[in-house]
Write a protein that binds this ligand. Sequence first.
Ligand SMILES: C[S@@+](CC[C@H](N)C(=O)[O-])C[C@H]1O[C@@H](n2cnc3c(N)ncnc32)[C@H](O)[C@@H]1O
Length: 225
Amino acid sequence: MMPCRYDADMTLRPEPGYDLYAPSYKDDHPHLDSFDWEQARTWLRQALEAPTCKPTLLDAGCGDGRTLARVARWELTTQLFGVDISRAMLARAAKRVAGAQFDRLDLTNTDDCRRWAERRTRVNIVTAFFVLVHFSRPEVFFESLGALVQPGGEVLMNSIPQREAPTLKAGTRRFQIQAYHHDPDNIQDYGLAAGWQIVRRQDLAENGQLVSTLFWWRVPSVRSP
Ligand SMILES: C[S@@+](CC[C@H](N)C(=O)[O-])C[C@H]1O[C@@H](n2cnc3c(N)ncnc32)[C@H](O)[C@@H]1O
């Protein structure tokens, strides 16, 4: 049998990268969960249970519905939305979470995010796990998420210290997906500069090494233009 040949390593933008990786993404769920899901789940449930009426939630960069499927099972929301740049990921999310509404949206395009919010709604809670790592400019991430959440609403997100993007495999292809390292203290500064308040922040370590920083934010209650 011929030895397996792999394409030379290459770096793909998130859309083609996740389109290619979507069929394998589920295999990564346990690894992704291991970073911070236990803590994220606790905070997310607290955020969802606190309001007097059931909130709306959008998972920004929802991938294949890893988070939304769990939120849907809790039955703590009135409406669930998922947006992502990868149609292949969205197709999997739609299969996994029947009750949610999905749209393709490029979160780096803040105008498109504003238009999405006009067409759908500005939600009470936005989640964005393992997404900021794909933004070269964190200020754009905060601007876009700010356009999607209601004034006074909340955002739960994480930031991972990723100095080099992992090499992924799909069939015979090996590739990386464009990613950027962000220092969590810088991220905090960007959020504060956007006028957001920290509800909670937690740095999570494994074997003494930082693996993830979880942020729970509240956005200002004055509506931005
Ligand atoms: C590592 S996955 C995380 C998926 C999901 N949030 C989770 O926790 O399993 C990153 C996701 O962000 C999406 N993404 C990356 N850049 C994006 C952008 N500019 N706009 C929308 N989604 C984006 C990717 O397509 C991918 O589904």
